[in-house]
Design a protein around this ligand. Sequence first.
Ligand SMILES: [Zn+2]
Length: 116
Amino acid sequence: MSARKNARWFWPGWMHRKHRRKAKIAQVRQRDGDKCWRCNHPMRFEGPPNCGKAATIEHLTPLCHGGTWALDNLVLCHPGCNKHLGTFPRERKERMRINRPASPGAGARDARPGCP
Ligand SMILES: [Zn+2]
């Protein structure tokens, strides 16, 4: 008899979408801090996800434009800011940022590797 008779239903690499999103938010938060990428105001990480100051994942290069879930492509935004940024190309989103950090220390994340 074949040993493959009992196929596994459970995929070990699988995670619930909600948990995977939360894990990504935690990773980006560790890199960028608690401020919204667009408006530089603090976000709330506890509380309901539909709260206006909740943290949402924003793809700098939208998935529909070939963007990925790589950490380099992700930033955290308020739901409203996220909606405002929409699916514009990355260069345009960079221009749409308000209250950019002026101090050299806070702008460290702008020095991305691979950028000329
Ligand atoms: Zn914001």
